[in-house]
Design a binder for this molecule. Structure first.
Ligand code: ZN
Length: 206
């Protein structure tokens, strides 16, 4: 097993190993900088540097307020083009683009260069349906940075129609009424443009 494979397979990869959501630093999305393997099977483009937007004054109670680019005061991902480039390029275009292993035909998320099911490095990208269901959820009453403005908000794991699971901040629900939120409820993906380079996927109850 190569050093790269060994590093990717180890548990506890720094928090950023997920494309949406981080329990350790409250970031919605960011990436680990991964050295690309020598053999690749996808074409990817390089994304430019990401600038952070200016902070907003605190505005509690406006969780569903209309958001503009200048509003976004939360951590913004700095996409790694070698591992997650197609995912973020798809998000910019309003599409949920996921990785799939061409050997075992299974979708995985978060994006990796190695299939977590059969360890193949033959990965392709495709546009998914953007449909799924709430697998489980939690109400967040305390948060850091810009997310503190939105408490209580609801985080959830979404079972994707194509398989595997994605973390999200759930839209279209009221954190003060968790009794109204049901596991198994259908959701659809939507994308929030936070700057000219990055749009972040969120899931909304339909
Ligand atoms: Zn596989």
């Amino acid at each position: 097993m190569t050093a790269e494979v060994d590093r990717l397979m180890r548990p506890g990869i720094p928090c950023a190993a997920v494309a949406t959501g981080c329990a350790n630093c409250s970031s919605v999305a960011h990436d680990v900088q991964v050295t690309p393997p020598t053999t690749r099977h996808v074409s990817q483009s390089v994304m430019g540097p990401v600038k952070r937007t200016r902070p907003l004054s605190r505005d509690r109670g406006s969780k569903e307020r209309e958001r503009t680019l200048a509003d976004y005061n939360k951590p913004i991902p700095d996409p790694d083009p070698y591992t997650t480039g197609p995912f973020w390029e798809g998000a910019k275009a309003g599409k949920l683009v996921l990785p799939r292993c061409t050997d075992c035909n299974r979708t995985h998320f978060y994006p990796r260069n190695i299939c977590p099911f059969c360890y193949s490095m033959n990965i392709e990208w495709y546009e998914a349906s953007g449909e799924g269901w709430i697998q489980t959820f939690a109400v967040q009453h305390r948060a850091m940075g810009g997310w503190a403005d939105e408490t209580p908000f609801v985080t959830a794991f979404i079972d994707l129609k194509e398989g595997d699971r994605m973390f999200t901040v759930l839209r279209g629900v009221d954190g003060n009424k968790p009794e109204d939120i049901k596991c198994g409820t259908p959701v659809k993906v939507e994308f929030e443009k936070v700057n000219d380079d990055v749009s972040i996927p969120f899931w909304r109850v339909v």
